[in-house]
Design a protein around this ligand. Structure first.
Ligand SMILES: NC(=O)C1=CN([C@@H]2O[C@H](COP(=O)(O)OP(=O)(O)OC[C@H]3O[C@@H](n4cnc5c(N)ncnc54)[C@H](OP(=O)(O)O)[C@@H]3O)[C@@H](O)[C@H]2O)C=CC1
Ligand SMILES: C[C@H]1O[C@H](OP(=O)(O)OP(=O)(O)OC[C@H]2O[C@@H](n3cnc4c(=O)[nH]c(N)nc43)[C@H](O)[C@@H]2O)[C@@H](O)[C@@H](O)C1=O
Length: 330
């Protein structure tokens, strides 16, 4: 991407979008196109079309979505499938119509079957039943992958779908009902330490395993992919199965390649925060998928590796969010 390229970061105030904006600015990009949801609701096809016609982006990072943790996904499946289908349909369609050079669509590791072999390889897409707690969200994301693929096949576009593992970082959602596990536990343990509370309750059995990546590394991976030379980028764009006989969607996993149990995560967060009380389990809350470990060999083979160790990343987020330090995680 040239430094003066017109780059639309959809969802630029979110966890991932804000990290992408920081990474783009650090790399010297000056022509960033940024709109809040109030300025441009991407569920609205007319407003989205008008924006693309006027702003004419060269590149699009599609990090706008309805996002939430296990409970939000379970309680509001209609909102999750509707908003995400609408946002991605409008953005992908307009990106094709207005001649965007490259688009990066962000999906999620929950697109893979609930009981897929581990680590999760890109080829496991559509090979089995999905996890019930986030099936609506996952199906919207799968539709997004197919939309990128269909546009590449029919229109020769260069739209790539990246599937990140579970993410965390400074601009996360820290609401205890709707957030993901890391922001929830950072807040719960921090508040318990301040209040000198005897115990902290975590959801589920603590046995599920998850892989976590800091939003700094996630943003670096996104820029790395969008900056690949044509030969390597085009090599990720999938083939036409009807012609080649091979199932090759335009799909690449983003992750760190290592996971831990939720119980171990809770113990690590307690240590980072300095809390030494008891950890209890609220078994009325769902566990979700037993394990989601990404196979990141395709990304690694291209030359990208995540840099931030989980404990360092947790310390960074705790400092920035709960002690107002502006430390750089890398
Ligand atoms: N967080 C995670 O653990 C993971 C996230 N992902 C994916 O990464 C991407 C980014 O997620 P994340 O940064 O965590 O999400 P956030 O919830 O932090 O941010 C979402 C962003 O999307 C914008 N947005 C939401 N709805 C609309 C809309 N209707 N019109 C315009 N903008 C909208 C929000 O805008 P505003 O700020 O103006 O409200 C916000 O900036 C998503 O595609 C998500 O599925 C994938 C795997 C894991
Ligand atoms: C990224 C991914 O995120 C979602 O899936 P998830 O990985 O299951 O998300 P989660 O981070 O909310 O939970 C991870 C694990 O942690 C446990 N857990 C313990 N205590 C708390 C707790 O206090 N809050 C939360 N949220 N979880 C807790 C929780 O019970 C679960 O076992 C998808 O819906 C979908 O959005 C998606 O793609």
């Amino acid at each position: 991407m040239d430094r003066d390229a017109r780059i639309f970061v959809a969802g630029h105030r979110g966890l991932v979008g804000s990290a992408i904006v920081r990474a783009l600015r650090a790399a010297g990009h000056t022509h960033l196109l940024l709109r809040t949801r109030d300025e441009l609701d991407l569920r609205d096809p007319v407003a989205t079309a008008a924006f693309f016609e006027k702003a004419k982006p060269d590149y699009v990072f599609l990090a706008a979505a309805r996002v939430g943790g296990i409970l939000a996904n379970q309680r509001e499946p209609a909102d999750f499938i509707r908003d995400n289908l609408q946002i991605q349909t409008n953005v992908i369609h307009e990106a094709w119509r207005t001649g965007v050079q490259r688009l990066l669509f962000l999906g999620s590791s929950c697109i893979y079957p609930r009981l897929a072999p581990q680590p999760l390889r890109e080829e496991y897409l559509l090979t089995g039943p999905l996890e019930a707690t986030n099936r609506a969200y996952a199906l919207a994301k799968i539709a997004g992958i197919e939309m990128c693929w269909a546009h590449n096949r029919q229109h020769g576009t260069r739209f790539l779908a990246a599937m990140p593992t579970n993410l965390y970082g400074p601009e996360d959602n820290f609401d205890l009902d709707s957030s993901h596990v890391i922001p929830a536990l950072l807040r719960k343990f921090h508040e318990a330490r301040v209040a000198d509370a005897p115990s902290v309750s975590i959801w589920g059995s603590g046995e599920p395993r998850r892989e976590f990546m800091h939003s700094f590394d996630m943003a670096q991976a996104c820029l790395f992919l969008m900056n690949l030379d044509d030969e390597r980028f085009d090599g990720l764009l999938g083939s036409d199965e009807a012609l080649t006989g091979r199932f090759e969607p335009p799909l690449i996993n983003i992750g760190v390649g290592a996971d831990i149990s939720i119980r171990e995560l809770a113990e690590t967060i307690a240590e980072v925060v300095g809390y030494d009380g008891l950890i209890e389990h609220d078994r009325s809350k769902p566990d979700g998928t037993p394990r989601k470990l990404m196979d990141v060999s395709r990304l690694n083979a291209l030359g990208f590796r995540a840099r931030i160790e989980l404990k360092d990343g947790l310390r960074h987020v705790h400092e920035v969010v709960f002690t107002s330090s502006q430390a750089d995680p890398a």
